[in-house]
Design a protein around this ligand. Structure first.
Ligand code: GUN
Length: 260
């Protein structure tokens, strides 16, 4: 009983500069922590923060026993080196699973943390009773945050996985093969109804701000929902799952550190 009580997860969120989308995401993460009783601390650093100042903060948090997870909100301002920052997070506190140590562990299927957005997508698929095994899974987008790890997680579930990107030829035909289509391109309404096989499962990871201020995904939702078997909306689909997976990773990090 004593041991159980003494596990207290804590999340440090670092945001640098004034990116409005990042501010919204960070607020959502802090709110989720507050709702479920995870201690959280925000570090809002000015745009002109230097690489060394940021690395010093990460090092300090690596040593801080109150902090089980460290999240550096991306993108960072262009003068900062994201890769270098990620490499300096202690892998056991890397609740984004962006550190090469954790990326490598995911690759071989022996991981502590999964990246939050792809993990959230897999939960949505599983909870909807859909098994990727043997299915054609097409991921549009090859980012380190979503596309690449998403493909790996679908592969772990025995999907037949294709990753599409800006150089892909016959994109429409490739997408139309998909039983499970994950859109992570970052372009509003990029996936149109003619790119979707009737009865496909369509997961929209896009989060695009239109000129009128409205949020919209990568999928033309109104048209695609007529052909899809299942489809996630934006906002309200993948976004809340990303935050939930961050909470899960933070708790897992605290548990793992407690076992040390
Ligand atoms: N920017 C967009 N998505 C993410 C994410 O999952 N984690 C971090 N740290 N930054 C992001």
């Amino acid at each position: 009983m004593k041991n159980e009580k003494s596990i207290e997860p804590g999340l440090a969120v670092i945001i640098v500069g004034n990116d409005p989308a990042s501010r919204v995401y960070v607020n959502g993460k802090k709110k989720a922590c507050a709702e479920i009783g995870i201690y959280s601390r925000e570090y809002a650093l000015p745009e002109e923060t230097t690489q060394q100042e940021l690395l010093d903060l990460v090092q300090k948090l690596n040593q801080d026993p109150q902090i089980s997870g460290i999240l550096v909100q991306l993108p960072l301002p262009s003068h900062l080196d994201e890769t270098d920052v990620i490499h300096n997070i202690d892998p056991s506190k890397d609740v984004d699973a962006f550190h090469p140590f954790n990326v490598g562990k995911i690759m071989i299927g022996d991981f502590d943390f999964l990246p939050c957005t792809p993990a959230g997508v897999m939960e949505l698929i599983a909870e909807s009773g859909i098994d990727p095994a043997g299915k054609e899974c097409v991921v549009v987008g090859r980012s380190n945050i979503v596309g690449k790890p998403q493909a790996m997680l679908l592969l772990h579930k025995n999907g037949t996985v294709t990753i599409c990107h800006s150089k892909t030829q016959n994109l429409k035909e490739v997408c139309r093969r998909a039983d499970i289509l994950v859109a992570a391109v970052g372009r509003a309404n990029f996936i149109t109804a003619d790119m979707v096989k009737p009865g496909a499962v369509v997961i929209d990871v896009g989060m695009n701000r239109l000129d009128n201020g409205k949020l919209c995904g990568d999928v033309d939702f109104e048209a695609v929902k007529q052909v899809a078997q299942a489809i996630t909306p934006v906002p309200g689909g993948v976004g809340p799952m990303t935050i939930t997976m961050l909470m899960r990773n933070t708790i897992k990090a605290a548990e793992l550190q407690h076992q040390k």
